[in-house]
Design a protein around this ligand. Structure first.
Ligand code: S3P
Length: 180
């Protein structure tokens, strides 16, 4: 799909959604299609802290993680346009939400519980919130808490059982409609 019409007015695109929604896999493909760099906020947090997300949670606690996450995203939003996959909790921070609203376009990849359960089983690393709990119950709780807030994203895309390529194309289609 051609992405030329939107390229010229491109802002940073922030992918929002729960763990397993497909932010990283879709984000990488979207970045290639739009010829923009792809950055994952979790990777940047790990670089800034000099340790893994599991270690940040375990040694310093979740509030410390949230603090670094907020600063890292704020810095990334000050740079040139990128495709940014944000950690699942980042958009819950009202300051981060406000910064995203002024500097970027937010895209919520909305997925149902069954999809999230299946996809999070494939990768546990970097997801301490699912450790030592019943992952299904935790995901249900996060859906209830977060979906009403994720709804504030500029664009909502259903993350269904399809290739990340197809989902990336749906995002481009929406961006093209919205910037036409
Ligand atoms: C979190 C999601 C994770 C990571 C951290 C906290 C969350 O990122 O930032 O474990 O609060 O939902 P992904 O959504 O990229 O898995």
């Amino acid at each position: 799909m051609s992405s030329q019409p939107i390229k010229k007015q491109m802002k940073t695109i922030v992918l929002v959604g729960l763990m397993g929604a497909g932010k990283s896999s879709v984000g990488r493909i979207l970045a290639t299609k739009l010829d923009l760099p792809f950055i994952d906020s979790d990777d940047e947090v790990e670089k800034a802290a000099g340790c893994s997300i599991e270690d940040i949670f375990e040694i310093y606690g979740e509030p410390a993680f949230r603090d670094v996450e907020e600063r890292v995203i704020d810095r990334l939003l000050q740079g040139s346009p990128i495709i940014l996959s944000s950690g699942g909790g980042a958009f819950m921070n009202s300051r981060t939400r406000a910064r995203i609203a002024e500097a970027a376009i937010s895209v919520w990849l909305r997925a149902d519980l069954a999809i999230l359960e299946r996809r999070t089983k494939r990768r546990a690393a970097g997801r301490p919130l699912l450790k030592g709990t019943d992952p299904s119950e935790k995901l249900k709780q996060l859906i209830n808490e977060r979906y009403p807030v994720y709804e504030q994203a500029d664009i909502i895309i259903e993350s269904v059982d399809e290739t990340p390529e197809k989902t990336a194309d749906k995002i481009i289609e929406k961006l093209t409609d919205d910037t036409a």
